[in-house]
Write a protein that binds this ligand. Sequence first.
Ligand code: PMP
Length: 462
Amino acid sequence: MTATTSTLGELDRRYVFHPFTAAGAHERDGGPAMIVSGSGSTLTAADGTTYLDAMAGLWCVNVGYGRREIADALQSQALRLPYYHGFSSMATDQPALLAERIIRLTGDLGMSKVFFGSSGSDANDTQLKLVWHYNNLLGRREKKKVIARSRGYHGVTIASASLTGLPAMHAQFDLPLPMIRHVSPPYALWEKQPGEDDAAFVARLADELEQRILAEGPETVAAFIAEPVQAAGGVIPPPDGYFPAIQAVLRKYDVLLIADEVVSGFGRLGAWFGSHLLGIEPDLMTIAKGVTSAYVPLSGCVVSDRVWEVLARDGGAFQHGYTYSAHPLAAAAALANLDLVEHGGLIEQAARRGERLRAELHAAFDGHELVGEIRGIGLVAALEFVAERGERPVRFDPALAVGARITRACLEHGLITRALPAADTISFSPPFTITEAEIDTIVTVAREAVDQVADELARAKA
Ligand code: PMP
């Protein structure tokens, strides 16, 4: 069937069940755009409209769209060997090369092995199985609870959604699972008390974690999971000293640390891993997104020497694995992608572009009546909107949907940003290949959109 632009939209409306989308409304009204191609940081829709993608998809197309090197790697691997599995000691060459590369890139973090999956969610589910298996092998059958943080995002499968600290992702499904707990995030804008400095804030958060572990019973707490920088929950970089303080508590009670590097891994923060940048010494690391720049799905659990040493003592098989674990096509794409990142100087470029983005956001929005905070680190940034600014800011009424309205206004002006759940925050996480001129455009369009919504809010009040 040949399809025109309007019939494509019609097919989508009628037959596609979209993720994170109001099902009935989409079936009735359709979506804002059908994207059919991409190049660099620009996407083109079926009707010819172009969009500047300030989100690199969902924080993932780090090398930009349309990279021939990855397409060529996919084609030649698909012709040579599209698939073979890794069960029962079978092996293929690309995952072996990729695992070695990943371990090398983790540098001095003490990592030893990679267990591959396809999505960040499945990898975090695997992490829980690894942690439980580890404690069972050590004879600590009670030590199974996992502590995550409010506003953390770790995925949507049943264990991963439980770890995710966003109530909207629990309500429909009777989650979280009973062995999951959440503690406060290092979210200075709302969690820091007036007059409290960073050191006191960090000490209070570390103490909250310690009290929680003690209340649960340290013999029942297996792991703590954290994104180096909370991404989908609001783009929340931690204050200085946060992870060292948290780690000291975890070590005291023999609790493993899982660093969820799904967004932060492979350069997003201007370093190979968030763990390098923020002084994190993970026992397990979760990777996805940037490992292939999302050209094909691939994820992994990176296991430290210390954890591997215990797992390797077991005589039996790890009773877990996906048909697509260690998929050779995905690994070939990852290797080509990492060549682009490593040999193209893209991590240094991400750091430089991030600095420019933050500087321009400050120039455009410092003192703006709607902007409560401008946050960012590496090439990820956010604006949070508040009804009243100052020492004790006041949130907007959620019914006003300020963040979502600003994102929609950006889209109408050809700019893709993302409104984050549970906060009036919009985020920016463009490809590392974004140009300086494109950064100027992002900030100019965002300013127009914010001013437009500020006008609407003022008119509604008058
Ligand atoms: N962890 C983090 C930190 C994420 O940001 C995401 C996705 N945004 C996930 C896990 C889940 O990944 P996926 O959507 O590939 O399952």
